[in-house]
Design a protein around this ligand. Structure first.
Ligand SMILES: Nc1ncnc2c1ncn2[C@@H]1O[C@H](COP(=O)(O)OP(=O)(O)O)[C@@H](O)[C@H]1O
Ligand SMILES: [Mg+2]
Length: 397
């Protein structure tokens, strides 16, 4: 069918034609923000889930909703090697400048901007990736200690006071939170704890891989009580069917039940895969309805498309030793696997693999669902590893 009007959109952060099956989560976040705004006790929310389940598009949608409801928001994505203050400062500046346009909040927003200037100046030595230039004079003593944990508290409190005065709230949307360094995560947790205690309307809505939960607990032992950690997983069978059938129907195209069943089976309801299969089934089909035979053809194309992008980018950046570790995991199946079994497959002692495992966790390739277990953070990565490193050659050095 016409590729130009193909509604499906596989890709990291690409908004789907229909964001299905996530209504309860959207509602939880809406309520949390609205409560914080009124000064009611409210928890920050950290969505955790594997790659490709739709965390990023959810964050974007939640941000749009929050803005529409009159909240002040900022959105950052923590890459593997930039500091949180460097990411936060420019975005916070934009939000505060917007707040300062509100007559009621002007003075407090200006004060928060002074705090931000002091914050950036004082922390520049330690986090030399802070780049923003500030045209505002700092207020001596406000967020300018040079100690992140202390200064971030001051800064978010000042910003929260401004938002409160405007009858609004400040919502921080942070993606890939698992990459934030432990000390910086600790500072963020402390700052949010403080604003919550002072009933200031500042909320974090974050997303990250499953290791985020443990990272938060390591940074501050009380973090698990302070936040909600909803899991984002594959779509229910019903939602996955809808994710295909609804956009097609909106374009006047039907999808046979058998075709939907096969897509469901192949994708296991993982949103990224659902979009990929939807896209190729559409392109393969010559007319409505899309049939099971179309999906069969689409499967081969979808898998090679994933191998060339979604899976491949994660594989290419690994060292040879890391690839071997991942390949050994794949040998054992989808997982999760016991560390002992992985070691045995590689014919080495478990302890010898400690550093490699830790590095793969830090890079977001694998995670530990429970003590001593290891799983892939990318669904169906085991099958990919077997395709890209076929046969027995990987066992040799
Ligand atoms: N609820 C959903 N319904 C249908 N497709 C979705 C849904 N959520 C995400 N997707 C699709 O899944 C893919 C991955 O989404 P993304 O937000 O990048 O995932 P993550 O951030 O968890 O890795 C995108 O192509 C997106 O369009
Ligand atoms: Mg993402």
């Amino acid at each position: 069918m016409d590729a130009v009007s193909n509604p499906f959109s596989p890709g990291a952060g690409s908004p789907p034609p229909d964001l299905v099956g996530r209504e309860p989560l959207l509602e939880t976040v809406r309520v949390s923000i609205a409560r914080a705004r009124l000064g009611n006790p409210s928890k920050s929310i950290l969505m955790v889930g594997l790659r490709g389940v739709g965390k990023t598009v959810l964050l974007d949608r939640m941000r749009d909703d929050a803005e529409d409801a009159g909240n002040y928001t900022l959105r950052i994505e923590a890459p593997e090697n930039r500091s949180l203050p460097a990411l936060l400062a420019p975005q916070l500046r934009t939000a505060l400048l917007r707040l300062s346009k509100q007559a009621k909040a002007k003075d407090l927003a200006m004060r928060a901007l002074k705090g931000l200037a002091g914050f950036a100046k004082a922390l520049k030595l330690k986090y030399n990736d802070i780049e923003v230039g500030f045209d505002i004079e700092p207020e001596p003593g406000l967020a300018d200690n040079g100690d992140l944990e202390h200064d971030l508290q001051d800064l978010l409190a000042a910003a929260g006071q401004a938002a409160q005065k405007a009858g609004s709230s400040l919502v921080l949307f942070v993606d890939e939170l698992q990459y934030v360094q432990e000390d910086q995560l600790a500072a963020l947790i402390t700052a949010l704890h403080r604003t919550a205690q002072r009933k200031l309307p500042v909320i974090l809505v974050g997303a990250g891989l499953p290791q985020l939960r443990g990272n938060m607990g390591n940074a501050k032992s009380y973090a698990e009580r302070l936040f909600e950690f909803p899991e984002v997983g594959p779509l229910s069978p019903e939602a996955a069917r809808q994710a295909i059938a609804k956009p097609a129907k909106d374009h006047g195209v039907k999808v046979d039940a058998a075709a939907l069943d096969l897509i469901l089976k192949e994708t296991q309801g993982y949103p990224y895969f659902v979009q990929e299969w939807g896209k190729h089934a559409w392109d393969v089909a010559t007319k409505s309805p899309i049939t099971k035979a179309d999906v069969q053809k689409a499967s081969t194309i979808s898998i090679s498309a994933l191998d060339a992008s979604f899976f491949r980018v994660r594989f290419d950046r690994r060292t040879i030793a890391e690839k071997k570790y991942l390949r050994a995991m794949a040998e054992l199946g989808p997982g999760p696997h016991r560390s002992g079994d992985i070691a045995q497959t590689l014919k080495v002692q478990v302890t010898a693999l400690g550093p490699r495992r830790a590095s793969l966790i830090a890079k977001g390739m694998i995670y530990s669902p429970s003590h001593g277990d290891t799983g892939f953070t990318v669904p169906m990565f085991d099958a990919f590893m077997k395709r890209i490193m076929p046969g027995e050659g990987w066992r040799r050095d």
